[in-house]
Design a protein around this ligand. Structure first.
Ligand SMILES: Nc1ncnc2c1ncn2[C@@H]1O[C@H](COP(=O)(O)OP(=O)(O)OP(=O)(O)O)[C@@H](O)[C@H]1O
Ligand SMILES: [Mg+2]
Length: 393
């Protein structure tokens, strides 16, 4: 059986780390060999578990290990050579070196490389379950978009450059200082590309990976969670549950908190119906910070009860392709999006879908490539793109 991946994402401070650790503790108690990973550069897993955790999997409880990934090391190992080249290249174009160094790193990249490390842990077959404590929302969305951006870049820039380099390097060396990428750079690009290509389908497979959105019953948090949900769908990542954390428990009822109870009840109602039909779990606000494995275990108990948190809690495909007459309809589920926030166009064999400023380049499957887009419609949370007959080539 392949390793199951469970990711917790959500706005800053909502309880991602606590829930990741709690889920992992429960998974281990249920007999699964479990690893809990923090990909957030600002790690706090060690604080939550109240243990020293290293850059390598550290034993915490029977069947449970935890690791805080050293993002800078991952960045250096995957991107180092490419980064050096890009920095030189950008500097050559007249940009100051310190600025060039910054430019040569895409936002979200550190997290992405941490995920590549997660893939290596999954490939090792040492674990049944890996729970991933993600960085706050914005970084997660950027991280998920990076492979597409990089893929786009690699596909279009590097093959061209490679040809140019082959033909001009011998000459160019004599006439220009323009830094040309060496074979090392191409090698690194290729290796990275291959790993990223393998990672996408794993994260998009609802049987293997699940993303859970953590929120608090507050207006702004719910709004941001809805946006996150739209973007996760846009990129085809399966969300299987929502967890509302810090819900005031009955025992906290008092005159003083009365209003808070009704405010929270309103927000919970809104969130519950907005995310329908996703399973909706509630986690109470504890009377103190949650630190240590015992408290986290109790937390898991209060949130999940009898439910096995390692299971696939909801199955839904965010994308579907169906035959219709002589053509096809590609449907992409984009909950919470509105018509005027969505743009669709084709570019070569790619279908580009943009919601707000998040853009996905969908490489069209062979059945669809080469067909003309006849129309696009958005209703009831589904974007439907109609493709006509295959054009003779
Ligand atoms: N239900 C709860 N009851 C009481 N304290 C909580 C609860 N959930 C989280 N906390 C506490 O709130 C703080 C933040 O929680 P946590 O670190 O899990 O959030 P996070 O989403 O990972 O934050 P960040 O975005 O900074 O990584 C921690 O001190 C944690 O113990
Ligand atoms: Mg955290």
């Amino acid at each position: 059986m392949s390793t199951r991946l469970i990711l917790y994402s959500g706005k800053g401070g909502v309880g991602k780390t606590s829930l990741s650790a709690a889920t992992a503790i429960r998974a281990a108690a249920l007999g699964r060999r479990t690893l809990v990973v923090s990909t957030d550069a600002a790690h706090s897993l060690a604080d939550a578990l109240d243990r020293d955790i290293e850059g390598v999997p550290t034993p915490i409880l029977p069947r449970l290990e935890a690791v805080e990934i050293d993002v800078n090391r991952e960045l250096a190992s995957h991107w180092g050579v490419i980064h050096d080249y890009l920095t030189r290249f950008i500097t050559f174009r007249g940009v100051e070196e310190t600025v060039a160094e910054e430019l040569a790193i895409l936002p979200g990249m550190e997290e992405l490389f941490s995920l590549l490390r997660v893939k290596a842990f999954a490939d090792s077959r040492r674990y049944d379950v890996i729970v991933i404590d993600c960085a706050p929302t914005g970084d997660t969305v950027r991280m998920l978009a990076v492979p597409e951006v990089l893929g786009f870049y690699f596909d279009r820039i590097f093959p061209i450059q490679r040809t140019v380099v082959r033909t001009v390097r011998p000459v160019a060396k004599r006439v220009t200082d323009l830094p040309l990428p060496s074979d090392d750079v191409f090698g690194a690009v290729k290796a990275l590309y291959r790993q990223m290509e393998a990672m996408g389908p794993i994260l998009q497979d609802p049987g293997r990976s699940s993303i859970r959105i953590v929120l608090n019953p507050e207006k702004m948090v719910i709004n941001e969670s809805q946006r996150l949900y739209t973007y996760l769908n846009l990129f085809g990542f399966p969300v299987d549950a929502i967890v509302a954390n810090r819900v005031l428990p009955e025992e906290a009822r008092s005159d003083y908190f009365d209003r808070w109870f009704s405010i929270q009840a309103g927000h919970l109602q809104t969130a519950r119906s907005a995310f329908e039909p996703l399973p909706f779990f509630q986690a109470p606000l504890f009377d103190r910070e949650m630190v240590g494995t015992e408290m986290l275990d109790e937390f898991a108990e209060r949130v999940f009860g009898e439910t096995d948190p390692t299971g696939v809690l909801h199955r839904e495909k965010p994308m579907e392709i169906r035959k219709k007459g002589k053509g096809y309809v590609l449907s992409l589920r984009l909950p919470f999006a509105e018509k005027d926030r969505i743009q669709v166009w084709t570019r070569g064999d790619d279908l580009v879908v943009q919601v707000d400023n998040q853009r996905r380049h969908l490489v069209l499957p062979r059945t669809l490539a080469g067909r003309a887009v006849e129309g696009a419609a958005f209703d009831d949370a589904w974007l439907r793109v109609t493709f006509g007959e295959k054009e003779a080539s």
